[in-house]
Ligand binder design. Sequence first.
Ligand code: AHR
Length: 506
Amino acid sequence: MISTRLVVDRDFVVSDLDRRIFGSFVEHLGRAVYTGIYEPGHPTADERGFRGDVMELTRELGPTIVRYPGGNFVSGYNWEDGVGPAADRPVRLDLAWASTETNQFGTNEFMEWCKATDIEPMWAVNLGTRGPDEAREFLEYCNHPGGTALSDLRKQHGVEAPHDIKFWCLGNEMDGPWQICSKTADEYGRIAHETAKLMRLVDPTIQLAACGSSQHNMPTYGKWEDTVLEHCFDDVDFISLHTYFENRGDSTPEFFGCIEQMDLSIKEIVAVADGVAARKHSTKRIMLSFDEWNVWYKARSINDLRKPGWPEAPRLLEEIYNTEDALVVGGALIVMMNNADRVKAACLAQLVNVIGPIMTEPGGPAWRQTIFYPFAQATRFAHGKVLRPVIESPSYEAKTHPEIPYLCACVVDDESTGTTTVFALNRHLTESMQLRIELRGLGMSRTLDHALALHHSNMKATNTKDAPNTVVPENNPHVQVDGETILAELKPGSWNVIVTTATARR
Ligand code: AHR
């Protein structure tokens, strides 16, 4: 048994938590849209073709915002193809994923789906094959109340009220050589600046995210953000980060080091953005949108990325998640919450079938992958302010990071209800952890509302169509509350959520 300690104080606050960090992502890729969220004729589908079972699981997962329509897909997408009568929409080649895109699902369908699931949209515009002009036209189609050709076209398409989409991404991974019409940092920075200028003239209420590096190990990482922001610092609110965690060496302790790497990347990009602010003598602070993150390395062979013959909705990027993946996803959520002063939006990539927490079979059932649970618990329980955690824990060294504390934790406090939630990962694979939590100034007497743990003795255990409940959360009976102190025993290799409520506060 290892001993650890976690101390927080009501007065030491990182920031209010922006719940847009619990975002997700639906790209026109593989079976994310077709036979994922949309499958006319499925036994649970409604009259719009939205799968009811997927909507139900999405509500349970609880994403607050969903990025759409890509991803790499967006850099070759014509928004006009996906609006108007479905029968008149063109069938196109999707060059990003070597697929046939029928365009039966597009802007107005996605907005309907967002309304039905009570989720905010995060929209990416095409800055690959297209540019500022199409972005401003599309924004006018979506957000202008009426009386212009494009806003009236939306009305003709049956959508009277403007969509009022607030969050816009200026392209996708424009630094990546794989991206359709990728750009140098100077080229992209200029286009991002001009696109932002036009879009803000159409609708000054929007928020804009510029593309950061597509991975922290890109050769231009850091320099890219510096140059891009040099061009568009005054025009944007966010810079994006993307990361996909890998366990290629098949070592769980090494894999857990990715969580520390994510923390490092956040701090590095904050430093770069603030460096640009310093050069510009500006008090403005650019926020971070971690708008693609997840575990993804198993379903990454050429056959997982492209299939011959331009198929419709092929099985691509269908990563099957196991116990250790769920722990890494939980750790990533902890890291983002602990950086809540600068990370104000993030998207688990993606939602369904494509590197998704939800899986489906066409015409068949939908089920929860292992990574579903830490995400769903974070969206359910993390409300309020993130408190600065002081952690005492033994640590270990790995190739992925020189010092990895076994305990990874964050604390979120909701003043309005008196509820304080601790999220904690025990990264020791063989030892239980005795965790002492001191919640200072948060009430002398507390009730224990939930003590939940996600754990499986097999780090490679998965949930499948036939055995969907192999890795599921359980109650942890080894949690006691004593005044301001909580004593918890955490299983080896486990994700834990402890929710307590103060019976009285000063
Ligand atoms: O999420 C899958 C792909 O990963 C996205 O299309 C792209 O942006 C990233 O490289």
